[in-house]
Design a protein around this ligand. Structure first.
Ligand code: ADP
Ligand code: GLC
Length: 476
């Protein structure tokens, strides 16, 4: 059995701010079925520590970036977890990446360098008689791992998955000493990026294989618009870069058994959930599609485009139920718009149960992102017969079949895509959505197609397994 160490900053169900947590919580379970044993190394944030049951201390560190720490082994929701309990880094009020005002923690570089350092030590010495064959880091928070492995002389292959290139994890060059990094490697070939330490670049440069979470985003990353400064480095590593699309946990997201909803096996069963959802959001009856949107509220997610295009949907009798939190400016703009439009209802907050109810009760799920490495809510939508209306980018391009005339004629469409990614094209898509919704036979066919589309992890887990196998063959 191949042994893989995941190095990751969030993992469902323990701690989640976005899709990264879903991936870290679901992929290891499916990898196990493919003969890969994964242990997940995660920071012991206060919220994580509060949820742990029985744990076993498997290592102690006297001096880990300013304090002592312990590594705890435990099992959570079928996951084999290694929790880094370092109170000086993780036991604090506020969120996992920043304080209550939303500002990043000033010591984020140290907080995630500690995670990487411990990953490297596990690769070097093993833990509890277990030594990984592969170390698999996710996003910049895991990016320094290969630097620390190099310093320890460890040659275990490192796989780096980019979930979102918008976050570089840069730190001041003055932190080289604090972070215990080799100044001789503070060069453009290694982890120096425009005069700063870039954890993301360290991960890209130090990885044996790099992947991202869809084929289209892998291609987009090579362009200046999407690569955000890393496109040149990625082009240099192009032969080692691939796109492996995310799946979802089809047990947690199963309309036939979902405990949060009135369960259903086919789209006809959505009616009771739609009624309940309208009630929850205080929406009245309407002749058009009830659209849902569940998201972090950031520039990436195209919420401003949605507000600009809104009239086209409302004029077609459409409604929106929106759940999200994030940028205060976007939150205020949404709440103000909801005050003036009876068919737009907004809840600011984070609510896992409600997100399930929205997928069950909605007719369509909106994902108007400016860029989207993969995106998960369109996959939930497909599984729940809630047709995705998405921007044509990244994973949204790869997972939805646009209702083009040809796709409709062949009866294979599963949703709608719009391009270019601007308010006008979104407004046009809203008009198409409203028209399609009135064509009941076509809508039903699309729902059937959507619910049949495989969105599980099986194929992608097999691809990861093959990648690990090739790397470990080369390494041994
Ligand atoms: P990203 O990781 O960029 O935020 P994804 O679509 O990959 O985007 O994943 C987002 C995940 O977070 C999904 O599981 C989504 O349902 C969940 N999510 C986002 N915002 C909320 C919220 N306000 N309440 C509940 N779940 C949310
Ligand atoms: C990132 C991306 C999102 C992706 C998720 C999981 O947060 O923004 O598109 O689905 O990671 O890979």
């Amino acid at each position: 059995m191949t042994k893989a160490l995941f190095v990751v900053s969030e993992c469902a169900p323990l701690v989640k701010t976005g899709g990264l947590a879903d991936v870290a919580g679901a992929l290891p379970i499916v990898l196990a079925k493919h003969g890969v044993g994964v242990r997940v190394l995660l920071p012991g944030y206060r919220t994580v520590m509060a949820q742990l049951g029985k744990t076993k201390t498997v290592a102690r560190f006297d001096a880990l970036f300013g304090g002592s720490a312990e590594l705890l082994s435990c099992s959570v929701a079928g996951l084999d977890m290694l929790i880094l309990d370092a109170p000086h880094l993780y036991d604090r009020d506020g969120a996992i990446y920043g304080d209550a005002t939303g500002a990043d923690w000033p010591d984020n570089a140290e907080r995630f360098a500690a995670l990487c350092k411990v990953a490297a030590l596990i690769a070097a010495d093993g833990i509890d008689g277990w030594t990984p064959d592969v170390v698999h880091g996710h996003d910049w928070q895991a990016g320094l791992t290969p630097e620390y492995m190099h310093a320890l002389g460890v040659t275990t292959p490192f796989v780096f998955t980019i979930h979102n290139i918008a976050f570089h994890g840069n730190a001041d060059a003055g932190k080289l000493g604090d972070l215990g990094l080799d100044p001789a490697r503070f060069t453009s070939e290694h982890f120096e990026f425009w005069g700063q330490i870039s954890a993301l670049k360290a991960g890209i440069v130090g990885a044996a294989k790099i992947n991202t979470v869809s084929q289209t985003y892998a291609e987009e990353l090579l362009t200046p618009d999407f690569g955000i400064g890393m496109d040149g480095i990625l082009r240099a590593r192009q032969s080692d870069l691939s796109g492996i699309v995310n799946g979802i946990d089809v047990d947690v997201w199963n309309p036939a058994t979902d405990p949060n909803i009135t369960p259903y096996k086919n789209a006809a069963g959505k009616a009771a959930n739609k009624k309940a959802l309208r009630k929850t959001f205080g929406l009245g009856q309407s002749s058009g599609p009830l659209c849902v949107l569940v998201s972090r509220l950031t520039e990436q997610k195209g919420i401003d485009l949605l507000l600009d295009a809104l009239p086209a949907l409302l004029e077609g009798g459409g409604q929106i139920a929106l759940l999200g939190s994030g940028d205060p400016k976007l939150e205020i703009a949404l709440l103000e718009a909801a005050d003036t439009h009876a068919n737009l209802a907004v809840k600011i907050g984070y609510d896992e149960t409600l997100s399930h109810q929205m997928m069950a009760g909605g007719d369509a799920v909106l994902v108007p992102s400016r860029f989207e490495p993969c995106g998960l809510t369109q996959l939930y939508g497909l599984r729940y017969g809630t047709l995705p209306l998405v921007a044509l980018t990244g994973g949204l391009a790869d997972t939805v079949i646009n209702a083009s005339p040809a796709a409709l004629t062949r009866g294979v469409a599963t949703g709608l895509q719009f391009f270019p990614i601007n308010a006008q094209a979104l407004a046009n898509a809203f008009v198409r959505l409203c028209d399609l919704f009135q064509d009941k036979a076509t809508w039903k066919t699309m729902q059937r197609n959507a619910m049949k589309q495989p969105v599980d992890w099986d194929t992608s887990a097999a691809t990861y397994k093959d990648m690990y196998a090739r790397l470990t063959e080369v390494a041994s």
